[in-house]
Design a protein around this ligand. Sequence first.
Ligand SMILES: [Zn+2]
Length: 378
Amino acid sequence: MVGDAGAIAPVPRDLIERAPKVLLHDHLDGGLRPQTIIELADEVGYQDLPAGDAPSLAAWFEQAAGSGSLERYLETFRHTVGVTQTADALFRVANECAQDLAADGVCYAEIRYAPELHVERGLHLPEIVEAVLAGFGAGERAALTAGRRIRIGVLLTAMRTAMHSRTIAELSVQYRDRGVVGFDIAGAEAGFPPTRHLDAFEFLRRENAHFTIHAGEGFGLPSIWEAIQWCGADRLGHGVRIVDDISTAADSSPVLGRLAAYVRDRRIPLEMCPTSNVQTGAARSIAEHPIGLLRRLGFRVTVNTDNRLMSGTSMTREMELLSEAFGYGLDDLQWFTLNAMKSAFIPFDERLAIINEQIKPGYAALKAVLADRLLGRE
Ligand SMILES: [Zn+2]
């Protein structure tokens, strides 16, 4: 049927747009609308923007982020973080984020950001968390009014290059019944192994809390191994370098090393972000992205946007690119989506409800539309 062979792929873009999508890896400060950045800069007197109108600013972000280095990529955040140092600004960008994702057909998203980056103008950490939660709540309600149902869970990120991880981990537990669903560490990977933050991860495990770790993006297998075996990560942010532990036998069949086998056997979710990975050099192209091999081998792969502004992308776009590159059909896109929903940090019964009430009926309807088109009935 459908699969890598892709008898009926690629899936038409309008169907991907309508498909219920699940997003686990998306940075709040990586998804601002260009026009909003300009307006916020104006309001707070931020002078450093590299362009003065929305189209040029959007182009600048994509160009700077596409330079091929993770460090340069991370530099672009100076501007998005620079204009979000007030509660109003945080509320606004969270509100817009929820609405933008809902308009893209996302039904569940976990959005992450680092509270410690928003204290430059004197905001306290709880004020930051509350402003963002309120913004998401407003965005969810506005989306519903527009006929789109979306739920947002928040992940609080600690910067791996700093030493605030324990405080941020405690903050995520403090707000876990009010919309924060997990914790993450992010930032330059080389030289900053996850074990530097072991204290935070041990605290979270004692609290029965969930976390993911950016690992195996700018750095290889040791980072993934530490994230899983020392820190106990529930999921891996990117994890693309797990392919370094997969070799090829004489008969050209893939051979999994012990770490790769462990990741697959334990169904550890990989939060893959194809366009972002190409921009940072973690993958050479979409067609050569390890997602193709990992999907064939049955790893628990999920598809994500990472930074919609820097990558000029959306969930629809990422799925469209994969469908074009690998011939994925609706069954494959549904498989990625179910993988993501099963791997979400909200409670099991709530995940099941979204799967049964939104994802499965949504895909069933789209498959019927596609079948009608192929038979010329539409
Ligand atoms: Zn990321």
